[in-house]
Design a protein around this ligand. Structure first.
Ligand SMILES: [Zn+2]
Length: 391
């Protein structure tokens, strides 16, 4: 198969009037490609051929939350991300009883072993339960744990499927936990924290790799014991070891904060994440949704407001309802970020964070044919996963 006459978006430039050849689910040639007899040709009419987006922090979509742990919810959520141009996801848990998290991990394990139909499942991200009480955000307080007191067996027992963790670095035992998880290949980010410099830096030195939804539910510079100390927000901006997740939905981060992060870190150290809840792709009808497991009477509720999910009283954001392709658009149109960099933040940078940069994350020979086709208005026209168009 050949995609002809597209604008191929690489991590460094846009190749105009270029072709992409696809064989057996892989990209095999880019540039001026010669067709063989009988080969299927698609004329792209100058559309952008982007890498399929890689969303390393998402909770669901089209009514499904990964915590439901059912095929129906997984299929719905993966379809939501797939039709909007995301081709790989890292399903993310919420703070919940361990049995619920384990049920979700089992479903992630099963889906990762299958050939992807709408979206690839890379592994799981546990957001909590090792979080700060103060900045728990929409996470539930009664299930919050402390590593030194409660241990973290759930990670060590499921290290085959957990690829990411979000923990609050000020918790007792966080540095040892970060070191232990990093040695097992789990990428640890800090977030939902109430730390300050002297508590955070030992955890960065122990292997902390980034900041989860930077600026949101995160410690900032403040006076403590008559001394001004920086928090994870500022350390994230200036420490080159840390990659920032940005929820670039124009609500969680207004364009000025996106620009601040971009100026400090560049496209190589920023990944866009949807942090999308089950309400992604659903109508704004005032309905109350649950965060986490469906049918759990105690689950945190939220509703869909104009372009964002909020707690029922509207005082706090609960998560986003936008897919990554919309965030790429927001960056280009509202934050003045060049398209090549915006696309890179939604593809190669997140793929690199989870160590998958050799197979996914850019339009390059030898990688999976996972693509997102955008029109001149940066709207998704079609998605390709494993060499197959979704529509
Ligand atoms: Zn989240």
């Amino acid at each position: 198969m050949i995609l002809r006459n597209g604008c191929v978006v690489t991590p460094f430039e846009i190749l105009r009037k270029a072709d992409v050849k696809i064989e057996d689910g892989y990209i095999t040639e880019i540039g001026n490609v010669t067709e063989s007899a009988g080969e299927t040709i698609y004329d792209m009419h100058g559309a952008y051929i982007c890498p399929g987006f890689v969303d390393i922090h998402t909770h669901g979509g089209f009514g499904g939350d990964f915590m439901d742990a059912t095929d129906e919810s997984f299929d719905n959520a993966l379809r939501f991300h797939g039709v909007y141009g995301t081709t790989s996801v890292v399903p993310t848990s919420v703070t919940a009883p361990f049995e619920q998290i384990e049920a979700m991990l089992n479903t992630v394990r099963r889906y990762r072993s299958q050939t992807p139909k709408t979206c690839r499942v890379l592994g799981a991200h546990l957001e909590g339960p090792y979080l700060s009480m103060k900045n728990k955000g929409a996470q539930k307080q009664e299930f919050i744990r402390v590593p030194a007191r409660d241990g973290y067996a759930i990670f060590t027992e499921n290290a085959d499927i957990i690829i990411r963790a979000t923990i609050a670095p000020e918790l007792e035992g966080a540095a040892e936990m970060t070191k232990a998880l990093t040695e097992k290949g789990i990428v640890v980010f800090g977030g939902h924290d109430d730390g300050e410099r002297d508590l955070i830096m030992p955890v960065v030195d122990a292997g902390l790799a980034g900041c989860t939804h930077w600026y949101c539910a995160m410690s900032v510079a403040a006076m403590r014991n008559q001394v001004r100390s920086v928090g994870l927000m500022e350390i994230g901006l200036i420490d080159d070891r840390l990659t920032l997740e940005l929820i670039a939905d124009n609500h969680h981060l207004p364009p000025e904060l996106v620009r601040l992060a971009y100026r400090c870190k560049g496209a190589e150290k920023i990944c866009l994440v949807s942090d999308c809840l089950r309400a992604g792709g659903m109508p704004i009808d005032g309905k109350l949704y649950s965060l986490g497991l469906l049918g759990d009477e105690t689950a945190q509720r939220f509703k869909v407001a104009d372009g964002v999910a909020v707690l029922p009283d509207g005082t706090r954001y609960a998560g986003s309802i936008q897919p990554l392709s919309q965030m790429v658009r927001n960056l280009v149109l509202d934050c003045n970020v060049p398209m090549v960099d915006a696309v890179r933040m939604a593809s190669l940078t997140p793929a690199t964070v989870v160590g998958m940069q050799d197979c996914i994350g850019s339009v390059a020979v030898g990688k999976y044919a996972d693509l997102c086709i955008l029109d001149s208005n940066l709207q998704v026209v079609n998605t390709m996963v494993n060499g197959q168009f979704l529509s």
